[in-house]
Design a protein around this ligand. Structure first.
Ligand code: AMP
Length: 495
């Protein structure tokens, strides 16, 4: 029987010459493929020596570093379950995740050891290690003396590889359980779909605690045996310095906005680049078009989520349509339920889709249909060519005076007004209407536009019930680490 452990798949694709570069950093650190094998073996041996129960979770809240990549791979290799946690989470959040997931091992930043170890020990976790972004901490101290070979633990495709907690803004965050098979199938499809090729070099600037940086970007390079230029965080100036040596870059829309804001960013720097990919939040048409104008390159936008990894993508060779997330990936079925005026709830099925939420059978039952489709919670449309466009989250839908209002429709019109940079449309509680449509607008530098002007412009274009009752002009929209506009924050602020 072949070993379906994801690490075994990666290893089978490592370059023949393992002394070549796997990962390099701007500070001059260099890790070969054989360094990766040996360091992950040491850490896997450490975990194996702890006599952890089968299916043990290893929870990790550390800054991004090459060692954090190795920690992820060592966990998978040793047959345990990787549980990454956003570095922004504080005590109340960590308490919830640790209490819910009951990890056997917790790895945290040295400066957080005091409070995190208390939470971990209280929940019954016996092993808390530290790791910082400069190769220090008890994890490496304990791993260093271990043997540098390790036989990757045998797994079936159905066995659990990782738990990603959703960044749910309402209710409790849910742990999406992803199997070795879920992750392998998605990585293999993307390698083919995005034409990963010999000589590719990935410029990695995304965080490692989220599906985009951890699975889409990292798995892409691992599966293709490609070198990674590894940045500890997105830093526009550093990206500009490294771009000429890279061929593939993945980012959230905010990264692309920041690159375009830098006058030094130009076509020449992108001369070697084969592919720019965007996802995790909607890419504004203005950014999509501005990028083509500046660089001659067309950003490829794709769509996915923690529970499913990638679902749709604009094509590599065919037309990449701005404002859409492209076509369902091979093997993925996408359908729209509860259609009204061509807009429906996006439901998906495929080998990449998770099976269940961690210890939440009732949530799992709620979010899967009787015929096995997952309800994504996103609302979207299909165009005549089968391209999917995301209209918003179903919970962002506004019901005002009994009418459905889709925020995206109004945002698109406001964004097109001269002087507007971007906007977010939300519903706030209203005594008469149930919810009142409210727009929050950011202006371009130097532009002047006021509430009355925005409302007047909207009145001439859309039905009255869709016209916002209030328009607030603000200097920026609140966003999370993945560039998603936090509408819950706006709803609170403007309630
Ligand atoms: P997460 O689980 O944190 O990756 O969040 C997944 C959600 O991000 C999806 O359900 C979508 O609402 C949103 N999302 C991801 N990619 C895109 C995209 N290209 N355009 C619009 N929304 C996106």
């Amino acid at each position: 029987m072949i070993n379906a452990n994801l690490y075994a798949l990666f290893e089978s694709r490592f370059p023949e010459d393992r002394s070549t570069c796997f990962l390099e950093t701007p500070e001059g650190l260099y890790y070969s493929w054989s360094d990766l094998e040996r360091a992950s073996a040491k850490m896997a041996n450490l975990f194996a020596s702890l006599n952890l129960p089968a299916g043990a979770r290893i929870a990790v809240q550390v800054e991004k570093s090459a060692e954090a990549v190795i920690l992820y791979l060592a966990t998978i290799r040793a047959g345990y379950v990787y549980l990454p946690l956003n570095t922004a989470y504080r005590a109340a959040e960590i308490e919830y995740f640790v209490g819910d997931a009951e990890p056997s091992v917790v790895v945290c930043a040295p400066e957080n050891f005091g409070w995190i170890s208390k939470i971990a020990f209280k929940s019954g976790c016996a092993h808390v290690y530290t790791l910082d972004e400069h190769r220090h901490g008890s994890l490496l101290e304990r791993a260093t003396p271990q043997p540098d070979t390790f036989e990757t633990v045998s797994k079936t495709a159905d066995e659990l590889a990782a738990i990603l907690y959703t960044s749910g803004t309402t209710g409790r965050s849910k742990g999406a359980m992803l199997s070795h098979g879920n992750l392998a199938s998605n990585a293999l499809v993307l390698q083919d779909y995005w034409h990963w090729q010999n000589g590719d070099v990935l410029l990695h600037a995304l965080p490692l605690f989220h599906v985009h940086g951890l699975f889409v970007a990292l798995h892409g390079a691992l599966l293709n045996g490609s070198r990674i230029i590894f940045l500890n965080k997105f830093d526009g100036a550093e990206v500009l310095r490294q771009l000429p040596r890279a061929t593939v870059f993945m980012g959230v829309p905010t990264y692309y906005v920041r690159l375009l804001n830098d006058p030094a960013f130009d076509a020449k720097l992108c001369g070697n680049m084969r592919l720019f990919i965007s996802g995790s939040a909607p890419l504004l048409t203005e950014t999509f078009n501005g990028f083509i104008e500046r660089t001659g390159k067309t950003i490829l936008e794709r769509y996915g989520m923690s529970e499913t990894a990638m679902l749709t993508s604009n094509p590599y060779e065919g037309v990449r349509k701005g404002g859409t997330v492209g076509l369902p990936l091979p093997g993925v079925t996408v359908r729209l339920a509860n259609l009204r005026d061509g807009i429906g709830d996006i439901e998906v099925r495929g080998p990449n889709v998770f099976k269940e939420y961690w210890r939440m059978p009732e949530k799992t039952a709620e979010e899967f249909t009787a015929d096995g489709f997952f309800r994504t919670g996103d609302v979207g449309t299909f165009d005549a060519d089968g391209y999917v466009a995301i209209v918003g989250r179903s919970k962002d839908l506004i019901i005002s005076g009994g009418f459905n209002v889709y925020p995206k429709e109004i945002e698109t019109i406001i964004d097109d007004m001269a002087g507007v940079l971007e906007s977010a449309v939300i519903g706030v509680p209203h005594a008469d209407f149930g919810e009142a449509v409210t727009a929050v607008v950011v202006l371009k530098n130097g532009a002047s536009l006021d509430e009355a002007q925005v409302m007047a412009a909207l009145k001439s274009q859309i039905a009255n019930f869709k016209v916002p009752k209030r328009v607030h002009i603000v200097t920026e929209l609140p966003r999370n680490a993945m560039g998603k506009v936090q509408k819950n924050v706006l709803r609170q602020e403007f309630a």
